[in-house]
Design a protein around this ligand. Sequence first.
Ligand SMILES: Nc1ncnc2c1ncn2[C@@H]1O[C@H](COP(=O)(O)OP(=O)(O)OP(=O)(O)O)[C@@H](O)[C@H]1O
Length: 224
Amino acid sequence: MIELQNVSVRFGTRCVLDDISLSLTQRRIGIVGANGSGKSTLARLLNGLLLPTSGRVTVDGFDTAKDGRQVRARIGFVFQNPDNQIVFPVVEEDLAFGLKPLKLPKAEIDARIDAVLARYDMGDYRTHPSHQLSGGQKQLLAISGVLIMEPRCVVFDEPTTLLDLRNRNRVAKAIEALDQQVITVSHDLDLLAGYDRILVVDQGKIAIDDTPQNALPRYVDLMT
Ligand SMILES: Nc1ncnc2c1ncn2[C@@H]1O[C@H](COP(=O)(O)OP(=O)(O)OP(=O)(O)O)[C@@H](O)[C@H]1O
């Protein structure tokens, strides 16, 4: 379980998240809010990319401030722009990179690379230059680089924002098919319609915490 206990985040004198407590147990959780409301900040707290100014974030009892390794093994993070996530020039090298610290046998590494690429029908791209992939393929590679670590939860920060409709649909399908817990920050409300729980971030607080059926229309009202 991911838990936030009285979490605040301040940047200088600006309080971006103000005393938030949450238990994140549902399989699909969406986070929405206006630009600059603190959604990415909230998402980045969940795997220790960012530490709270005060309060505690724990993942299965591990504190993000103290147990970074255990937290990152459990929670994967997919950035909005896959170019920020893809670091190696060749697809298979990029996928193998995250596995390095695990010191797995080469056969296991190869098997995991084959499995994630097969999942997205990208087996032919194993030795392809990563930066020559299409935008949608890059996002799928970024997702693959996270899945290969076998996290139990994946946090997505605006995963479809940079994609055309075709690739948006491809990535949406890929997210939908995940067995893992998924926490998605998005302005794409259709992406979140089938989720179990929606959190609306507004002025440093969770203004609405409800099902999509209840939360999304109220959010749309709030924004208009
Ligand atoms: N490292 C940082 N240092 C200073 N201010 C920051 C930092 N990160 C975020 N902020 C500020 O905190 C606020 C919330 O940012 P955040 O990225 O969480 O918003 P968001 O809801 O994800 O926005 P968007 O929808 O535009 O992506 C913004 O005003 C932003 O400028």
